[in-house]
Design a protein around this ligand. Sequence first.
Ligand SMILES: [Zn+2]
Length: 375
Amino acid sequence: MAHHERNKRQLLELLKRPLNGRCADCGAPDPHWASYKLGVFVCLTCSGIHRSWSHVKSVTLDLWDDELVEFMKSNGNDIARARFEKAVPAYYYRPQEHDCAVLREQWIRAKYERMEFTGETKYPPISYTTGFYEGELWKKGKENTQFLKRKFVLSERDFTLTYYNKKDESKGPKAIISIRDLNATFQPEKIGHPQGLQISYQEGAHTRNLYVYHKSSEEIVTWFNAIRAARYAYLKTAYPTGSDEELIPKITRNYLKEGYMEKTGPMQKEQFKKRWFVLDSQKRKLLYFKDQLDAEELGVIFIGTENNGYSARECVPQHSRGNKWRCGVAVTTPQRQFVFMCEQEMEQKEWMDALRQVLSRPMAPQDYTTKVGKT
Ligand SMILES: [Zn+2]
């Protein structure tokens, strides 16, 4: 069919238009799928989310009729952005190519299905725009693995996140958490739930982790953006001269690298023990935990810069007692040397790359206070 061939060529031409070169929803390069209901070009993964309710076709594998091609010509990612992303709040999280399914799915549904950002509907919902949100989340017990329903209250008025223990709600809150050092990051694999969210905050010298989920993906993403709205409002107050460009990356952060390594003690003769490590790039901290869902870390190593006497290199440990793993990473700080063992070379390489990324980034004034606080 000649016109199908011509139509495919025209579609491939359309993909060269500025915003069509990237997925309309996650920004992945070279999208080869299209929603001919919305007039957007998307990547394979996002097309799978669209498939359940919008109409998608492959640019290269499907046959396209003239009218659908005309529709794509008169629409496209630029026009869709102007309409469906007209009123996205500055703090609202826009998922990227490698983000988890719940974030990508809810971004697509919020945009096109609920039309939260067109400025035409009742959305964005009051949940993340009023500075106050409450509801129930399933929270993992501090000392056990059970997830129980708990009431959470987020308030921008005093910049707190509060939660209550079900039975003794009358006794007052179980914890009042300051928004100041709060972070939230989706961790579906670690938590073992597709809507699993990790909330971390500073409790004295320790980092405290809460693991929560909600059965509704819309609800958990709303919580996440409500937290982001509160963090954004807090940052605006704390750094009144900060631009959006500076403040938005500080709202919430994902960890640069996480995983198990074996660790020995300061003499490097102690028995190696398997620990869960988390590299928090923004805070320049390498934290380690006994188990991956622990509430508090066993220890924390500040990662400065090479100019300040910090370094990381691959190594073979001199004394190996109890280690099952063979690929070593040595981290040197002005105080001591740490030796960690990775299971595979791939892991070792990823840790080295992640550590080098932190080591090569100049320290900010507040990093010096963190460092002093830890020694
Ligand atoms: Zn995509």
